[in-house]
Design a protein around this ligand. Structure first.
Ligand code: 13P
Ligand code: SF4
Length: 310
């Protein structure tokens, strides 16, 4: 660990004790934040951790919809996001007014929304899901109800295949998971014949069809720990490689290349957070996530239903 990171981590530890704060981090955060966090997880694990914490302050090292989710579940706690600009292209692809029209055009539909959406979309949903529990949640929807699934069309299409239930999909997607090149992935498979391909279900079908295992961020991590394979081609945001490498130091993890010669498999929103911003936001207790109570309580019901159903 660099000196800067050591100094910042020590400062963070002191602040967390003084202020009874907890640091929750997503696997897509930079390594120094994951190493300093009290809990690192995927979206479902983080929602559960946020629900279960007795800390007074939650510092959420992730993106806005995640911190907002923690606030929805903890109205009396202070929830901080190190950089308020940490949004999400998938969440942004589903504006609340257009979604309300979409619902009006599909009366009688049961609305399942992926957690990667704003509180205003959650408030219009019957139940929320994450990539870990989407199949289980959709299977619990009463069989006589048609389903609207938002906002990720790739996850939705994958869930349709797993459950055999046809759904009407909102046409949203994630800029990171749509960046992978099928041609380069196939080339990488040829160059690494022993490696297993593991992919996140936010990827497109032409990528997923090459995968040996498909799952949420935490499921991919678990798979690499339990598998006898020694090498993996990882088709998701590159931040997860840190946890994979820490858990299995002798295994080889190859990030799947994006289409262009860029670091597009790093989520630009997730990577807005830095350890320095984490420390500063706890020092200043800002930026804070604030939500109007009637919106919060409407968004809470489908989130609680998700936690009960999974
Ligand atoms: P999970 O944490 O559910 O794997 O989702 C990945 C993601 O894109 C988070 O933004
Ligand atoms: Fe959103 Fe994609 Fe970034 Fe996840 S990886 S926060 S879905 S843009």
């Amino acid at each position: 660990m660099r000196m800067d990171s050591l100094r910042l981590s020590a400062r963070l530890l002191k602040l967390k004790q003084e202020k009874q704060a907890v640091l929750l981090a997503h696997y897509y955060q930079e390594a120094s934040i994951q190493d300093a966090a009290d809990f690192v997880g995927d979206s479902l694990e983080l929602a559960r951790a946020a629900k279960g914490t007795d800390a007074k302050i939650i510092v959420f090292a992730g993106v806005h919809f995640m911190a907002e989710g923690a606030k929805i579940l903890n109205p009396s706690k202070k929830v901080l996001l190190p950089d308020l600009r940490a949004g999400c292209s998938l969440s942004d692809s589903c504006p609340p007014d257009r979604f309300a029209n979409f619902k009006t055009n599909h009366p009688d539909h049961f609305v399942v929304s992926y957690i990667n959406c704003s509180a205003a979309i959650k408030a219009q949903s019957d139940v929320i899901c994450t990539s870990s529990n989407a199949v289980r949640i959709v299977e619990r929807v009463p069989k006589d109800r048609p389903i609207l699934f938002a906002p990720d069309k790739n996850l939705g299409a994958w869930v349709e295949k797993q459950t055999g239930r046809k759904m009407t999909l909102w046409p949203g997607s994630c800029i990171v998971h749509e960046t992978f090149s099928e041609r380069k992935l196939v080339q990488l498979k040829v160059e690494n014949p022993g490696a297993l391909v593991i992919a996140h279900p936010e990827c497109e079908e032409e990528i997923l069809r090459h995968a040996d295992f498909i799952g949420s961020t935490a499921a991919l991590l678990r798979f690499t720990k339990e598998s006898h394979s020694q090498a993996f081609i990882v088709v998701t945001e590159a931040g997860i490689l840190h946890a994979m490498q820490c858990a299995s130091p002798n295994k080889v993890f190859i990030p799947s290349p994006p289409n262009q010669a860029c670091a597009c498999n790093d989520c630009p929103f997730m990577k807005l957070n830095t350890l320095e911003k984490v420390v500063r936001c706890l020092e200043e207790e800002s930026p804070e996530i604030l939500l109007e109570e009637s919106l919060r309580s409407r968004a809470e019901a489908p989130l609680i239903r998700m936690l009960e159903w999974s």
